[in-house]
Ligand binder design. Structure first.
Ligand SMILES: N[C@@H](CCC(=O)N[C@@H](CS)C(=O)NCC(=O)O)C(=O)O
Length: 240
């Protein structure tokens, strides 16, 4: 059985989609990041970087002690290897998929995270127009990269749906809030609709939907409390 430490955000949904796609049994363990669950000592033992998602596999393939994995890219590599699904192992496809997984982790995820952050922030911390412009343009560039990639292939790594698609899709669901118009990217749009129509993707996206409330619907006090936890984090003290 896999334990999934989860909150319904794009990074969490990468893993719930994979687990739904492969019908892998899992137990959902909510990590309420707006309450600060990611800083609990038990959680920090699993991920010193205090971020979800994390998985713990209680039945690893070597028959040994449970294995825990953090970072959604590493989690998808682990689960793809364990299930033998969505990561073809011939040397060409294997590294085609790997490079796009790294692209997502190092580019698309962080930059789309920043564009969302600065566009939501408003002028609460002073004039953000440069940050908004910089990250909205960077998001546009990244949608362009996917669009060009998908011009002559059905999925990111070729004809087959792989973890490169699973990992890239959830961040694109918020394209409007990222200041983008997907009609600008017709090859991307075809892929977006195709992946979004998969029943397992829809189930994966819906996992934990009842756990959190959209920030804009919370009271100003509640929004403030969450911001204090999530914004301007600094190094945690190292225990003696
Ligand atoms: N690179 C990490 C990013 C994980 C991440 O940023 N998770 C966010 C939610 S999407 C989180 O746990 N945030 C808690 C916090 O900011 O304190 C991954 O892909 O797993």
């Amino acid at each position: 059985m896999i334990d999934l430490y989860y909150w319904p955000t794009p990074n969490g949904k990468k893993v719930s989609i994979f687990l739904e796609e492969t019908q892998t049994p899992y137990r959902l363990l909510p990590v309420n990041i707006g309450r600060g669950d990611q800083f609990a000592p038990e959680f920090l033992r699993l991920n010193p970087n205090h971020r979800m998602p994390v998985i713990v596999d209680h039945a690893p393939s070597d028959g040994g002690a449970p294995i825990s994995v953090f970072e959604s890219g590493a989690i998808l590599f682990y689960l793809a290897e364990k299930t033998g699904k969505f990561w073809p192992q011939d040397v060409r496809t294997k590294y085609d998929v790997a490079q796009w997984v790294f692209w997502q982790m190092a580019n698309q995820g962080p930059k789309l995270g920043e564009v969302g952050h600065f566009r939501r922030l408003g002028d609460r911390e002073g004039d953000q127009s440069y940050a908004v412009r910089r990250f909205t343009n960077e998001a546009n560039r990244l949608y362009g990269v996917l669009n060009a990639r998908l011009r002559d292939r059905r999925y990111i790594a070729g004809d087959a749906y792989t973890i490169a698609d699973v990992i890239s899709y959830p961040w694109t669901v918020g394209w409007k809030a990222q200041g983008q118009d997907i009609d600008e990217f017709k090859y991307f749009k075809r892929w977006f609709e195709q992946v979004g129509a998969r029943p397992a993707v829809q189930r994966g996206l819906a996992i934990g939907a009842g756990l959190s409330t959209e920030t804009s619907k919370l009271s100003p006090e509640e929004q403030d409390r969450i911001r204090k936890i999530l914004y301007n984090q600094r190094a945690l003290p190292v225990p003696d």
